[in-house]
Design a protein around this ligand. Sequence first.
Ligand code: C5P
Length: 235
Amino acid sequence: MEKQELLYEGKAKKIYATDEQDVLWVAYKNEATAFNGQKKAEISGKAQLNNQISSLLFSMLHEQGITTHFVKQLSDHEQAVKKVEIVPLEVVVRNATAGSLAKRIGVEEGIRFEQPIVELYYKDDALGDPLILAEHAIFLKAATQEEIDSLKAQALQINEILSKFFKDKDIFLVDFKLEFGRTSQGDIILADEISPDTCRFWDVHTNEKLDKDVFRRDLGGLTEAYEKILQRIGG
Ligand code: C5P
């Protein structure tokens, strides 16, 4: 497979066309951003860590019966994925209070829910990716009711698989963000990445944060935290 023209550059990844129809070439970047791009840093090694962690998790999810856009890892910082039309919704699954939710409803972090909560955020940088209702997403034509039902059900299934996987590694999966895409056949499948950039991981014994909160809150070295995740999941 051959890498062709750059199609899109986001905060964390560059996406290229390939000589294969329906396959894209993803190159992870070392740039770390937080607070809608207001905080930025170049962190050597981050691209490799996220690519390896995400490749490993997508392969594991595939083995567990989840359909995803992941095709294969191409190099330490690159992977091939199926071309999909990204649904402009960030799907956040929460197992405990943390981050923006703890702030919004005025509670401390770390209170576990009896049932996971699924939230939808509208992907729009100018609006700051606001939290929206499914009804708003349908009004905005971001997705249909059927698509929202499908992505919410998949998000909960993925949460069950990931929570158990990480629990076995002494990590509590506090919350995470997923993105989904439409295939040319009209199916809704898991896309984007799953990494310490998009999840909150807490050590079950020490509560040490092993995710992007280390960068957001200046808690220490980001690569050291991400390396611990990669090591624990067997990378
Ligand atoms: O900031 P908030 O608490 O809403 O984030 C919930 C989860 O979604 C966290 O794991 C965070 O890393 C992830 N997230 C993300 N990309 C965003 C917003 C949140 O990966 N744009």
